[in-house]
Design a protein around this ligand. Structure first.
Ligand code: NOJ
Ligand code: CA
Length: 703
């Protein structure tokens, strides 16, 4: 410890032992946190893992709109430590129970001169990283305050490899760039937003050091505060906090006592360990919901992909300039391509019932889609008026008769004031017609105008929505929302979010490169489940609408789409393709039917971000295991040992592999299904095609 501290003091220069209290430390296993005031009196911290520096000495601070924040010298008035070691059970998740073990260090700070305001910095040191936050205690000289900036630094000791997306305040739907920190270049985004800003990236940010550390920087429990972005200094490798501003440029309006979200640094010396970290979940508050039996992890199909591949439309009429109030919807001329019509929805209900799929999502069921996007219009949807060809009562009856649940869709078009006004009636409508899950969406620019998707106002909206849906016993899946920060621990009805570039981009854009799904678990998914919408079988899209999809195909093999049900964790998993696509491949669809969505155990057998990932999970309450293995654009051989299986038990392994000559570009739909009996002593060699994958189910055989 001494040596590291000395190193830190020497290399930092500006962080020296200026206080009588001296540096304060907390440690768990290999992770050590050090807090010290610098020569300039400003607080700072450093993190190491074993002998390796993770975060070199870095400043902490907050500035306020009244000019009397915590961005100057402070004095330490005291500190406390405590040790917590407890175990808790999530309502659903990747594992049955979670250990929450940390050493906490609280540092009490005070401004040296009047008004002498107080600030605490609380650090929690886990075996796999550190979380810390600013706490503003109740005090005489601080009541209402506006955070103008946060000055948290993550000063990296070297020019690490980074897996990054640009720091856009309104979207995370980007492919990842892998580069050294010195080469991070987000200029195009700055040009779009017309702001002179340094190179800015989003969290969760993944870093890999040349000395073998995997580091993820993110935040936990994002409540009443804007999202954290990071400005990158390509010369010094110092990342500094950039909070998403509101329409006036301020960052957060707070009232003491209050605290910020946790800033998180997850660290491991191997890639699989990073993926199984529970640090972010542990830093979130326990569930606010006492009765949770209505929360059901599930698979669903939907009237959805057919719109994305342009075979059907969300809108009922091909017209524009429509007013929500006063339009005679029944009198509109139908375009004949409307997906959400009663007969078509029944087709999906039938398919779901036949294949034990619990849910059917229907998009485009409600009036307003004729001019919903790009108009920045306030009165766009009312969420309670179906189109003339969508018979809500009949579909309620039909779905109930088949034991299937319809999933509601609330595209807000980012007119959030409109949505907030209508939410109570919308949820009442859902309950009246038997819906208990909703997918929300925030496409386009936010109203209130000038607010961003990731600012404090919207963060509060998402959290209010999680609470309001919970009050109504409704599960929620949010698209285009801020990226998750583990709040699904607190609101277990917040099943998933999109908040990244999903499979839909493969339908209508340049798509996602095959490496995309090998990076997502290390970045976006560190904060929580993603509704990626896997399961595309008809990979060449010309078939659906030759005129509009010419040459387009999803960047995958068919077997890889199956593997994604295991490698991309979500308690809500869509089987995204059309029933007719699945009906052509009932043998492969069997894996989607079988695969669980709630788990007792998860192990990552092999992983390297940007290259490959092999995950196995044990189904909740059963001795059944599922494996997913995926690769980037390169073919790979993955040797795996089955020692996770119960010793002495025989299993039937059904292996869904890439077929002979399979290739994501040239031959994406070739697959091969084989069966063999295995035990915990068996080993398998998986052969993944370029852009391919393998999925396996292991079911116990009778002894
Ligand atoms: C974008 C969402 O990600 C997608 O799932 C949805 O279909 C469209 N918006 C329309 O709401
Ligand atoms: Ca989206």
């Amino acid at each position: 410890m001494r040596n590291y501290l000395l190193l830190m003091l020497l290399t930092a220069g500006h962080l020296v032992q200026a206080q009588a209290v001296g540096p304060l430390t907390a440690r768990l296993d290999q992770v050590r946190l050090t807090f010290a005031l610098g020569a300039d009196g400003r607080p700072g911290y450093a993190i190491s893992f074993g002998t390796k520096p993770v975060i070199a000495p870095s400043h902490l601070g907050l500035s306020f709109a009244d000019g009397q924040g915590f961005d100057g010298p402070l004095v330490v008035t005291g500190s406390e430590t405590k040790n917590v070691d407890e175990t808790w059970q999530p309502v659903w998740g990747e594992v049955k129970s979670i250990r929450n073990h940390y050493q906490q260090l609280t540092v009490h700070l005070r401004q040296p001169a009047a008004p002498g305001r107080l600030l605490d910095v609380v650090f929690r040191v886990f075996a796999d990283g550190v979380g810390f936050r600013y706490e503003l205690p109740a005090q005489p000289n601080l009541a209402y305050f506006t955070v103008q900036d946060e000055h948290t630094e993550f000063n990296l000791p070297a020019n690490h490899k980074a897996f990054w997306i640009p720091g856009d305040y309104d979207s995370n739907e980007y492919t990842y760039t892998t580069s050294r920190l010195s080469a991070v270049n987000t200029t195009p985004i700055e040009a779009i937003q017309q702001k002179a800003a340094p190179h800015r990236v989003q969290t969760p940010l993944l870093l890999k050091s040349d000395d073998g550390l995997y580091v993820n920087i993110h935040e936990a429990a994002l409540v009443n505060y804007p999202a954290l972005m990071l400005n990158v200094d390509p010369q010094t490798f110092c990342l500094s906090s950039q909070l998403v501003p509101d329409a006036t440029g301020a960052k957060a309006y707070l009232q003491a006592p209050e605290h910020t979200p946790w800033r998180t640094v997850v660290v491991a010396d191997n890639a699989p360990a990073l993926l199984t970290s529970k640090l972010i979940l542990n830093l979130n508050e326990p569930s606010k919901l006492s009765e949770t039996s209505w929360i059901q992890p599930q698979k669903f199909v939907g009237v959805w992909w057919e719109m994305h591949v342009n075979r059907a439309t969300w809108n009922y009429a091909d017209t524009s300039n429509i007013k929500l109030a006063g339009t005679n919807w029944a009198g509109l001329k139908a375009n004949g391509r409307h997906g959400a019509n009663t007969a078509n929805v029944k087709r999906y209900i039938d398919f779901a019932a036949q294949h034990h799929i619990q849910g059917v999502l229907v998009e485009g069921w409600n009036v307003g889609w004729e001019d919903w996007a790009n108009n920045w219009k306030e009165e766009v949807f009312d969420f309670v008026t179906p189109y003339p060809d969508f018979d809500v009562s009949e579909l309620q009856r039909y779905a109930a008769g088949k034991g299937v649940k319809l999933i509601m869709h609330h595209e807000t078009s980012s007119s959030v004031t409109n949505y907030e006004r209508r939410q109570p009636a919308a949820y009442q409508f859902m309950k009246q017609y038997g819906y208990d899950a909703v997918k929300t969406g925030y496409v386009g620019r936010i109203i209130p105008r000038g607010e961003h998707h990731d600012g404090q106002w919207m963060v509060n909206h998402y959290n209010r929505t999680a609470q309001l849906t919970a009050d109504n016993h409704i599960m929620v899946d949010m698209h285009e929302a801020v990226r998750p920060t583990g709040l699904h621990r607190t609101y277990p009805n917040w099943m998933a979010s999109e908040a990244a570039r999903g499979n839909e981009f493969n339908a209508w854009s340049s798509g996602n490169p095959p490496e995309h799904e090998t990076i997502l678990p290390f970045t976006r998914l560190m904060g929580g489940p993603m509704d990626y919408t896997p399961g595309i079988f008809q990979i060449k899209l010309d078939d659906w609408n030759p005129a509009r999809n010419q040459g387009k195909q999803v960047h995958t093999t068919l077997a890889k789409q199956l593997a994604l049900y295991v490698t991309l964790y979500s308690p809500l998993q869509m089987a995204a393709d059309l029933p007719e696509a699945y009906e052509k491949h009932p043998d492969a669809f069997r894996f989607i039917e079988d695969v669980a969505v709630d788990w007792d155990d998860t192990r990552v057998l092999a992983a390297e971000p940007g290259d490959y990932l092999t995950t196995v999970r044990k189904a909740k309450g059963k001795d059944e295991w599922y494996l997913g293995s995926i690769t980037d654009e390169n073919a790979r051989t993955q040797p795996i040992k089955l020692n996770f299986l119960t010793p002495g038990q025989r299993y039937e392994a059904t292996i869904y592999a890439d077929g002979k000559g399979a290739d994501w570009q040239k031959n994406p739909m070739a697959y091969r299904i084989s069966r063999q009996v295995v035990t915990s002593k068996s080993a398998l060699t998986l052969r993944l095609a370029p852009g391919g994958g393998t999925a396996i189910s292991f079911k116990p055989l009778k002894k």
